[in-house]
Design a protein around this ligand. Structure first.
Ligand SMILES: NC(=O)c1ccc[n+]([C@@H]2O[C@H](COP(=O)([O-])OP(=O)(O)OC[C@H]3O[C@@H](n4cnc5c(N)ncnc54)[C@H](O)[C@@H]3O)[C@@H](O)[C@H]2O)c1
Length: 749
């Protein structure tokens, strides 16, 4: 092997120093020690550098100063030119974290659904602070390159996403064994993070937004890269601490501690107004985690399809009508809302769902979630009347504003049986709700350039929207708020939505779906959205887990009390048809509603199956929209009438309790679903690996995770919850819950 020596000397001084000459002799003598043909000697003469070392280090080998006196950048360019770069493996890429060499600048991909430009909110000084904050993720020698780029992102999009650092590998949930690491639990979290950013799953994948227009997994790509690296190297004796998307770091803990603790948007309460989110998110110090997005537990649209099916079915039950031939009118074909037509079809009704965004309408149509798309209101009226006459089961997407549909159907006397709305009114001023009479493109322009005018237009539309709904409800339509802050924002806009005879907690003309449907029928009994992901990502594992879950529920149904029979029945039917409905997008995941006993029995059976080698590891979790995880006065806890719906003790207790009972990761968020400052919600993830420890954890944690909420609902005097918590106490002697005494109304009056 011939060894070529090159000297790293100050620019202009090419001759080797005495030391370098001496050291070269030594190196040539001992060439058995040298792995490469070319090597470089520093002018101090005692350090030898291989090309690989220089490339990886990515900055000056000597001192790291900005203007390298050794012409280092030139040298690196030369080395790069002659060394064909070896492509890194997926694991290597994860473990490198933020790459030492800047990747090439990313082109803005117009084929991807991008987040809208965020409103201009930072002062000039705050913009500098946002840049300073973003730059702390990178080595100083990259700052000069990155400053103009990040500045441009901030001006153009209102946020610094760091597009340049978007990984080149495909983003999707891999088999858990493909992730690097020393901890299986941490590998499970890597898998779940990637699933939440999968292009097929996420709403704005390049902006790290999973759903709801603002539900972020992270706020920028540096946070993603760093988090994945931490997860790739951590052990079961460490816990990763996540501050609103930012990985603060790994801290020593212990085997039974959560591997990750996530908080998102935890603000000092006085700084929790919508504009505070805009400002502090733009500064890069907080983020909107929504519910499952910021806790890595989103499983694509399946979760919401199931929940919506249960709601539509129970909604028709409530009004005493069969779904068949009857009409459900709503809006939104986005991340969550897009589930409505699919759920309507599974429930068996006619669904009309309006959507202003053509791209999204096209996606839902191509997925088969809407059978037909109509752009003309007259045609829509004819089509719906025909479907009603023929008792069809059909879902129709109307490309346009939902207000126009409500108004037109009123003029044309189209009977609406069930009505709701799922525009993103938790986010009304930044693209969640589009005003009528203005095109989609014009609206996007207006919200960025004339935010005050845009706000006026939104509020004007909300007033029209409510007036049209009121006309229908007089004719017999049953309207419910679908947890998107419709009634709240409409009331703030001065729309006619307040009840004439308000009682505490029933201030609006219409109920929320939780007040009338989900609360008394599901949550009070502990039924909520339990979910699991097969970490092998093998569809066969999912089939096997479906069969196990079905068997467990069927067995339980034989002895379950009459109060919960309907829920058991609906979920057995769901799980039997789950494969047929082809709802898996992204990871091999399943959802169903179960109570504490059901969740525990199913989880235990999975753990047994893993132990027996029948299936690979399984990740358990749930939607935050559940019995215990969420305090949200206009949604999850809207059927709590003792005044405590404006408190958030339950959600906080839940996450604390889960964390020391065995959750693999826990999360607590401000702002999911109904808006920043309007809700506190939390969740967990738990890896089942077939061990005895996993069995102990699941039993301890799932019992608490459900019964915490039931006990609070019971203390609020909710009848179903009193029933359910008494039942839980009978099954577990260590559970002792304070029960409410009811007072005779005559005594109070
Ligand atoms: N009830 C529940 O279980 C539940 C669950 C999840 C989400 N939500 C709430 O529902 C809302 C929607 O969630 P998402 O994830 O679908 O959000 P999203 O932003 O992905 O979708 C909302 C859609 O509504 C469309 N839209 C807005 N204004 C419109 C108008 N005037 N006419 C027609 N279309 C219009 C938007 O273009 C968008 O595609 C959110 O507020 C969310 O918090 C409720």
């Amino acid at each position: 092997m011939t060894i070529k020596v090159q000297y790293l000397n100050k620019v202009g001084t090419q001759n080797p120093s005495k030391k370098q000459k001496l050291f070269t002799k030594f190196v040539v003598m001992r060439k058995d020690l040298i792995e490469v043909e070319d090597y470089y000697l520093s002018d101090k003469g005692f350090r030898i550098f291989t090309e690989k070392y220089l490339l990886n280090r990515g900055h000056c080998c000597m001192s790291g100063c900005k203007h390298c006196p050794y012409g280092f950048s030139k040298l690196i360019d030369q080395i790069k030119k002659k060394t064909k770069p070896r492509t890194m493996t997926f694991q290597e890429e994860i473990l490198q974290g933020i790459p030492a060499n800047l990747p090439s600048k990313a082109l803005y991909d117009a084929t991807i659904n991008h987040a809208p430009k965020r409103k201009e909110i930072l002062s000039a000084e705050e913009k500098t602070l946002a840049l300073r904050n973003a730059l702390r993720y990178f080595e100083p020698q990259h700052h000069e390159t990155l400053i103009p780029e990040f500045k441009e992102e901030l001006e153009k999009y209102g946020r610094i996403y760091m597009y340049r650092f978007l990984p080149k590998y495909r983003m999707y949930a891999r088999d858990i064994n493909e992730y690097p690491g020393k901890s299986l639990q941490a590998k499970a979290i890597q898998m779940m993070i990637q699933n939440n950013l999968d292009y097929a799953v996420a709403q704005h994948p390049h902006e790290l937004i999973t759903y709801g227009g603002n539900g972020g997994v992270f706020s920028n790509w540096a946070q993603y890269l760093l988090t994945m690296k931490y997860l790739g190297e951590m052990t079961d004796e460490q816990t990763l601490v996540m501050y609103s998307g930012h990985p603060m770091g790994l801290f020593p803990s212990h085997k039974n501690a959560p591997r990750v603790v996530v908080t998102n948007g935890m603000m000092i309460p006085n700084y929790s107004k919508p504009d505070d989110w805009e400002k502090f998110n733009a500064l890069g110090v907080t983020q909107y985690g929504q519910m499952t997005a910021g806790s890595y537990m989103y499983i694509g649209p399946q979760g919401i399809v199931h929940g919506t099916t249960i709601t539509v079915l129970n909604g028709f039950r409530k009004i005493g009508k069969e779904p068949k031939g009857n009409l459900f009118v709503t809006s939104g074909l986005g991340g969550m809302s897009g589930a409505q037509p699919k759920a309507g079809t599974i429930a068996g009704c006619i669904t009309v769902c309006a959507e202003v965004n053509p791209k999204i309408t096209k996606i839902r149509h191509s997925q088969g979630w809407i059978h037909e798309v109509i752009e003309d209101l007259d045609l829509l009226v004819d089509r719906v009347k025909k479907a009603q006459a023929n008792k069809e089961i059909v879902s129709i997407g109307y490309l346009g504003n939902v207000v126009d549909v409500w108004e037109k159907f009123d003029q044309e006397n189209v009977t609406i049986d069930l009505g709701s709305d799922q525009t993103s009114l938790h986010n009304p001023w930044a693209g969640g709700y589009y005003p009528a009479g203005i095109s989609f493109e014009e609206s996007n322009q207006m919200m960025a350039d004339q935010p005050e005018l845009f706000k006026e237009k939104v509020q004007e539309t909300l007033r029209r929207h409510a007036t049209a709904i009121n006309k229908h409800t007089v004719k017999g339509t049953y309207f419910f708020d679908y947890g998107n802050a419709f009634l709240l924002e409409a009331s703030r806009a001065g729309a006619d939505v307040m009840s004439e005879n308000p009682t505490l907690g029933r201030e609006f003309k219409y109920p929320s779906y939780v007040q009338d449907i989900m609360g008394p029928m599901c949550f009070d009994y502990g039924f909520g959205p339990f979910r699991w992901v097969c970490a092998s990502n093998n569809p066969e594992d999912l089939q096997k887990t479906d069969a196990i879950a079905c068997e467990i529920l069927e067995e339980m149904m034989k002895t379950s009390p009459v109060e919960i029979q309907q829920q058991m029945k609906d979920n057995i039917q769901w799980i039997r048809g789950a494969q047929e409905n082809k709802l898996v997008v992204g990871s091999q995941a399943r959802i169903l509603y179960a109570d504490a006993e059901g969740r525990t029995n199913i989880a235990k059976a999975f753990n047994d199956a893993i132990k027996a080698g029948k299936i690979g590891p399984v990740v358990l979790g749930r939607d935050h929209h559940d019995v215990s995880g969420t305090d949200s006065p206009y949604r999850e806890t809207s059927n709590i009438y003792d005044g405590s719906r404006f408190t958030a003790d339950m959600a906080i207790h839940n996450v604390i309790g889960d964390s020391f009972r065995g959750a693999t990761w826990v999360s607590i968020h401000n702002g999911g679903g109904v808006g920043w400052g309007e809700v506190i919600n939390g969740g967990f993830g738990m890896l089942l690996d077939g061990t005895l420890e996993a069995e102990q954890r699941l039993k301890s944690m799932l019992f608490w995770d459900v019964n915490n909420g039931i006990s609070r609902r019971s203390w609020a005097r909710n009848e179903g919850a009193v029933f359910a918590i008494k039942r839980a106490m009978e099954s577990e002697p260590l559970l002792k819950v304070t029960l409410p005494n009811l007072v005779d109304d005559n005594l109070l009056n």
